[in-house]
Design a protein around this ligand. Structure first.
Ligand code: ADP
Length: 365
């Protein structure tokens, strides 16, 4: 597909959306999302930077318009189950790319190979008889960028990002949880391409959920839906994230299911420098010594570093509010914030070792 073809497709969706905006907001919403996706896809296809920015602006414009499609008091053409689906699934066109994620280069490469290339070149994979289906399970300590990675993956392959509220999936009523899973995949099929993302997937497909009697039913439905996933034909893929991989039902971790397990670790020294860079980039700063900050935060997660930058910014912000003097964030603010925060990752490793031993699991940490 060329950028012109994708743009033409986007315009057609946008026209249809405008026609149905008043009469059927839920349908218009879907059409605006499709327009946004097609512009996003066109942006990914063009090498002209100015054109890419313009296409991204259009994509964002139609994505914002989709949010204005509020159903009427008695939603037209939308039954109760669909209304419920709205809460269960959140669809967005992500605007975060791999460049906005510091470090994790090996993980990004692994994701390119297992998701992005098969998405971009299904014909080549088909030609060589290489099947690239199945889900990808991101695991590791909290705050290391698993959700960011899943969003950026969707952006990198011009797909809608469908994130599933795992807490909403569970239901004690027989058959209801399975219906929820079915609806998630139906939502995915409405888009030209999508990434379905189950955060904290252990809560629906883990040993704990099993104890409560949900897991078997949910896992079976998930497997049935995923068995139908073949990147050659279907244009959606499943990603899951968990901080507790040992909790995931081993049946889900087989090849063709969540066969690709990707360990997302805390950032190394160079990655920490770039994460500081990413989180300070849009803030007024002076004389930042990234090497020192990186050296002081060994073992910290990306989320810890993001919190340090936020905390450091609060100091000059407070001064600006009280003294009306606007100064830049400097090293003293960052050092102060660093001293007040410890790594949130250490505790994870001791828990992980204990649990892996307990279950006799073979997960690598
Ligand atoms: P996880 O899903 O692993 O718990 P998230 O992806 O939700 O973690 O990350 C939480 C926040 O931490 C992000 O919104 C971002 O601000 C920051 N963060 C984590 N890892 C990175 C990274 N590698 N680069 C930039 N920011 C990061």
């Amino acid at each position: 597909m060329t950028p012109e073809e994708s743009s033409a497709k986007a315009r057609a969706f946008a026209r249809k959306a405008a026609d149905t905006h008043e009469s059927n907001p839920p349908a218009a919403k879907m059409l605006y999302l499709k327009a946004a996706e097609s512009y996003n896809e066109a942006a990914g296809l063009t090498s002209n930077l100015k054109e890419r920015d313009e296409l991204m602006e259009w994509s964002e414009h139609f994505f914002n318009l989709s949010k204005t499609c509020v159903p009427h008091a008695a939603p037209e053409g939308m039954c109760g189950a669909e209304a419920e689906e709205e809460e269960l699934v959140l669809t967005e066109i992500p605007n975060i790319s791999f460049d906005d994620i510091g470090g994790l280069e090996e993980v990004k490469e692994q994701i390119r190979k297992s998701i992005i290339y098969p998405f971009e070149h299904p014909d080549i994979y088909k030609h060589y008889g290489v099947s690239a289906g199945g889900g990808v399970l991101l695991y590791g300590p909290p705050g290391t960028g698993k959700t960011l990675l899943a969003k950026a993956t969707a952006k990198e392959c011009g797909a809608a990002f469908i994130s599933v509220k795992t807490s909403g999936i569970m239901s004690k009523f027989v058959g209801e949880s399975e219906q929820h899973i079915k609806r998630v995949f139906e939502e995915a099929r409405k888009h030209p391409r999508s990434i379905i993302f189950f955060d904290e997937i252990d809560s629906i497909a883990g040993r704990r959920a099993d104890a409560e009697g949900f897991a078997k039913r949910i896992v079976n439905e998930l497997l049935a839906q995923m068995d139908g996933v073949d990147t050659g034909e279907d244009r959606y893929l499943v990603m899951g994230a968990t901080n507790e991989p040992w909790e995931i039902d081993p049946a889900l971790r087989r090849p063709g299911r969540f066969g690709t397990m990707v360990h997302v670790k805390e950032p190394d020294g160079t990655a920490r420098e770039s994460i500081f860079g990413i989180h300070l980039k849009h803030r007024p700063c002076k004389k930042i010594d990234y090497q020192t900050l990186s050296a002081l935060t060994e073992g910290y997660s990306g989320a810890d570093i993001s919190a340090i930058c936020e905390e450091a910014a609060l100091v000059p912000l407070g001064e600006a509010l009280t003294c009306s003097v606007r100064r830049d964030i400097d090293m003293s603010d960052l050092l102060h914030a660093t001293n007040h925060r410890s790594s949130s990752v250490d505790a994870w490793y001791s828990d992980a070792e204990r649990m892996i031993k307990k279950y006799g699991d073979s997960i690598v940490i």
